[in-house]
Ligand binder design. Structure first.
Ligand SMILES: [Zn+2]
Ligand SMILES: [Zn+2]
Length: 94
Protein backbone atom coordinates (compact mmCIF):
# COMPACT_ATOMS: atom_id res chain seq x y z
CA UNK A 1 0.00 0.00 0.00
CA UNK A 2 2.74 2.46 0.87
CA UNK A 3 6.40 2.55 1.71
CA UNK A 4 6.41 3.51 5.38
CA UNK A 5 10.20 3.46 5.58
CA UNK A 6 10.50 6.41 3.20
CA UNK A 7 11.83 9.41 5.21
CA UNK A 8 9.77 11.88 3.17
CA UNK A 9 6.57 9.90 3.81
CA UNK A 10 7.40 9.64 7.52
CA UNK A 11 7.97 13.39 7.70
CA UNK A 12 4.78 14.23 5.81
CA UNK A 13 2.37 11.80 7.49
CA UNK A 14 1.57 13.85 10.64
CA UNK A 15 1.48 17.08 8.60
CA UNK A 16 -1.04 15.61 6.16
CA UNK A 17 -3.24 14.44 9.02
CA UNK A 18 -3.00 17.91 10.54
CA UNK A 19 -3.81 19.62 7.22
CA UNK A 20 -7.03 17.59 7.00
CA UNK A 21 -7.96 18.41 10.62
CA UNK A 22 -7.18 14.91 11.92
CA UNK A 23 -10.12 13.39 10.06
CA UNK A 24 -10.65 10.62 7.55
CA UNK A 25 -11.55 12.57 4.39
CA UNK A 26 -14.48 10.26 3.60
CA UNK A 27 -16.31 9.87 6.92
CA UNK A 28 -14.94 13.06 8.57
CA UNK A 29 -14.97 11.39 11.94
CA UNK A 30 -11.87 12.26 13.95
CA UNK A 31 -10.03 9.05 14.67
CA UNK A 32 -6.75 7.86 16.04
CA UNK A 33 -4.65 5.56 13.91
CA UNK A 34 -5.44 7.25 10.62
CA UNK A 35 -3.70 5.91 7.54
CA UNK A 36 -2.14 8.23 4.99
CA UNK A 37 -3.01 7.10 1.47
CA UNK A 38 -1.36 7.83 -1.91
CA UNK A 39 -4.20 9.14 -4.09
CA UNK A 40 -2.59 7.93 -7.34
CA UNK A 41 -1.71 4.53 -5.79
CA UNK A 42 1.97 5.22 -6.47
CA UNK A 43 3.74 4.82 -3.14
CA UNK A 44 6.85 6.58 -4.39
CA UNK A 45 4.89 9.75 -5.25
CA UNK A 46 5.22 11.52 -1.89
CA UNK A 47 4.01 14.89 -3.12
CA UNK A 48 2.00 16.43 -0.29
CA UNK A 49 -0.82 16.89 -2.81
CA UNK A 50 -0.90 13.13 -3.42
CA UNK A 51 -1.47 12.21 0.23
CA UNK A 52 -4.74 12.06 2.19
CA UNK A 53 -5.72 10.63 5.58
CA UNK A 54 -8.18 7.74 5.68
CA UNK A 55 -9.51 5.59 8.51
CA UNK A 56 -8.81 1.87 8.31
CA UNK A 57 -12.26 1.10 6.90
CA UNK A 58 -12.11 3.70 4.12
CA UNK A 59 -8.50 2.96 3.27
CA UNK A 60 -9.58 -0.60 2.53
CA UNK A 61 -12.61 0.70 0.60
CA UNK A 62 -10.50 3.01 -1.59
CA UNK A 63 -8.12 0.19 -2.51
CA UNK A 64 -10.92 -2.30 -3.14
CA UNK A 65 -12.75 0.09 -5.47
CA UNK A 66 -9.68 1.86 -6.94
CA UNK A 67 -11.01 5.29 -5.97
CA UNK A 68 -8.73 7.98 -7.41
CA UNK A 69 -10.75 11.19 -6.82
CA UNK A 70 -10.14 12.02 -3.21
CA UNK A 71 -8.93 15.58 -2.78
CA UNK A 72 -11.24 17.73 -0.70
CA UNK A 73 -8.84 20.49 0.34
CA UNK A 74 -9.78 24.10 -0.18
CA UNK A 75 -7.53 26.42 -2.18
CA UNK A 76 -5.73 27.81 0.88
CA UNK A 77 -4.75 24.36 2.04
CA UNK A 78 -3.60 23.44 -1.46
CA UNK A 79 -1.16 26.37 -1.35
CA UNK A 80 0.16 25.28 2.06
CA UNK A 81 0.74 21.76 0.76
CA UNK A 82 2.47 23.12 -2.34
CA UNK A 83 4.82 25.13 -0.12
CA UNK A 84 5.42 21.95 1.84
CA UNK A 85 6.50 20.24 -1.39
CA UNK A 86 9.07 22.99 -1.99
CA UNK A 87 10.36 22.60 1.55
CA UNK A 88 10.62 18.80 1.15
CA UNK A 89 12.63 19.13 -2.06
CA UNK A 90 15.16 21.42 -0.37
CA UNK A 91 15.30 19.62 2.96
CA UNK A 92 15.64 16.12 1.50
CA UNK A 93 17.59 17.33 -1.52
CA UNK A 94 15.35 15.56 -4.06
ZN1 LIG B 1 -13.39 6.90 7.17
ZN1 LIG C 1 -3.51 3.43 0.28
Amino acid sequence: MSNHQDPVFKFLKPLIIYAYHGECILCRAPRSGLHVHHVDFNSSNNSALNLVPLCNKHHKFVHTHSVTRLHVLDYKNMIILSDLNDFIREYFNI
